[in-house]
Write a protein that binds this ligand. Sequence first.
Ligand SMILES: Cc1cc2nc3c(=O)[nH]c(=O)nc-3n(C[C@H](O)[C@H](O)[C@H](O)COP(=O)(O)O)c2cc1C
Length: 181
Amino acid sequence: MKQIVALVGSIRKDSIHMNLVKHLKERYKDRLNIEILDLKQLPFYDQDIELEPPQSVVAFKKAVKEADGVIIATPEYNWSFSGVLKNALDWLSRVEREMTGKPTMLLGASPGIMGTIRAQLQLRQVLASPGIQARVLPPSQNEVVITQAFEKFDEAGKLIDQSTIEFLDKVIGNFEEFIEE
Ligand SMILES: Cc1cc2nc3c(=O)[nH]c(=O)nc-3n(C[C@H](O)[C@H](O)[C@H](O)COP(=O)(O)O)c2cc1C
């Protein structure tokens, strides 16, 4: 069983990204143990405390360090990924640099027709930076940019769009192979 951590860049209670990650956690539970990390508990990154950070940061960094892979689900905020997510990545970029070489895949969903593509492009750039250097699943056949997302979940937040469900099956399969490489 592979240990995966999920970083969800939206902290609102009805987040489509949280619902998306919950779908993955349930659907692949026989193969992947997906732990959703709570980014709301993290304080703002502060270099003054990075060597002795609060317990929430210690636990967060440890969970990422021990994971076989990382799933990042990000909303697009103002043509970029969210500040909540950037803050989490800044913590991970320092001291032990837990993201270095870590197999990572991206997901995004938006109500419009761009499906977070601009956010994900910026996220890929940040994930390549010297302090992070994650091993990101290549985009070909693997770009999870879910458009018109509010129509693809039901009122309870369950993913109901069959083509999206099948596409995710393929991408998750590719990610599992990528982790093994
Ligand atoms: C502050 C803010 C900025 C946003 N900017 C964008 C944007 O640039 N592009 C976009 O497609 N959607 C944008 N949206 C809409 C989000 O895609 C939408 O709120 C989405 O549901 C957020 O994900 P969540 O449901 O996981 O919170 C923005 C929403 C907020 C609250």
